[in-house]
Design a protein. Sequence first.
Length: 154
Amino acid sequence: MNWGLVISLIVLGLLSLLLDILVIPGGVVATFGCLMMLCGIVISYVQYGAVAGNITLLSTLVLTAITTVMMLRSKTWNKLMLKTNIDSKMNEVDEGKIAEGMTGVAVSRLAPSGTGKFGDELVEVHSSNDFIDVNSEIVIVKIEGGKIIVKQTK
């Protein structure tokens, strides 16, 4: 066995720890990563002696500590963070334009919510019970605050 195997086990173990924290939570991948790092350290002790094993152990601990500190810094998370703001609003129902009993057309499939067109107004609507296909005629059953509930006309 050579140093390539030892270094590969330690690096793959560290990458598995990062993968567990960032992508696949649950601890299984992290446990596998810790075992890989431990195997790399044990192999270095067995194959190359106590001095090389101690150097490998110390360098693995330092590398793990540096990686942990880098992950805990806020700048690292800011690079990974989604920075979009949601500026859309729920339907603001204008009593003069949208009212119960109005008929319109489903602009998108209502499964169970989607977009409906009533006159010139495009609004978010919710089906009262079934899925409604695109271009189906719909009627407003109820308006609760900003939520518009519709059903398909027969």
